[in-house]
Design a binder for this molecule. Structure first.
Ligand code: HPA
Length: 272
């Protein structure tokens, strides 16, 4: 595993003009987030050695390197999900590669279902904590000691300073930014009313099918993490409505411009 990560990092390093500081991963319908990057190169996952291949509608499956707000960034347009059949290790492979390339910050966006009744479709939410309900950890198996410890601490997963910075910049831009706890489920099926009620009871504000695996590996690699998610549908257990992929993609795309502006402002104001 370590050798494969090194190989992939070497392959990308030979194309990079400078080491990236920020790693970004965009989710369903949010590919436009990377449009503001002054691109050095863009490469399809298929051309990257050892990378898993993207398969879901709404995901591009390309890696972009360049500059955003004066910082060197590397961004995944589209990510891998457990529900596609990938293992937790495959899904998180790119995060390890980013860490090996020298990335310090991991920024993530994704589509989520809203559980907190004060939220609405279209709202952006800064994730302050998560509950991993996928039934697996990407750290299962032998520990990659060169990256991090066997039992990484999870008491401050989402960097509180980055959340404060995100809130400040959202205020400046006039973008409403909520805060909340993300429940990570396996999918691909959406939740039943009973499951939705359960998720609310255990303290989740939003639910999604990604993020937790990559974030756990990000923590293991010592990255500072910020996740801002977009509510594409509200899940209210007592008046459940049907949700379709088309609705999720179209609502995610609508939040793209606000999220992109916010992202750029945050990247431009990172310390260090
Ligand atoms: N549930 C789980 N994942 C999701 C949802 C949802 O309602 N919407 C977008 N991703």
């Amino acid at each position: 595993m370590h050798e494969q990560i090194r190989q992939t990092a070497e392959f990308l390093k030979s194309r990079l003009t400078e080491p990236p500081q920020v790693g970004m991963i965009t989710g369903t319908g949010l590919g436009s987030l990377t449009e503001r990057i002054a691109v050095d190169f863009r490469i399809s996952y298929e051309e990257i050695p050892n990378f898993p291949k993207a398969s879901v509608e709404g995901h591009k499956g390309t890696l972009v390197a360049g500059k955003l707000a004066g910082r060197s960034v590397i961004a995944m347009e589209g990510r891998f999900h457990l529900y596609e059949g990938y293992t937790p290790k495959e899904i998180t492979f790119p995060v390890r590669v980013m860490a090996m390339l020298g990335v310090k910050y991991l920024f993530k966006s994704s589509a989520v279902g809203g559980l907190n009744t004060q939220f609405e479709t279209g709202d952006l939410v800064a994730v302050t904590d998560h509950i991993n309900l996928t039934g697996a950890s990407p750290l299962m198996g032998p520990n990659l000691d060169t990256f991090g410890p066997r039992f990484p601490d999870m008491s401050r997963v989402y960097d509180p300073e980055l959340v404060v910075l995100a809130r400040e910049k959202a205020l400046e831009l006039g973008v409403l930014l909520r805060q909340g706890v993300y429940a990570g489920v396996l999918g691909p099926n959406l939740e039943t009313p009973a499951e939705t009620r359960f998720l609310k009871m255990i303290g989740a504000d939003v639910v999604g099918m990604s993020t937790v695996s990559e974030v756990i590996v990000g923590v293991h690699c010592g990255l500072k993490i910020l996740a801002i998610v977009a509510i594409t549908n509200m899940n209210l257990p007592d008046c459940m409505k049907e949700t379709s992929l088309e609705e999720v993609i179209s609502n995610a795309e609508k939040t793209g411009p606000a999220l992109s502006s916010l992202w750029e402002k945050i990247v431009g104001n990172l310390k260090g």
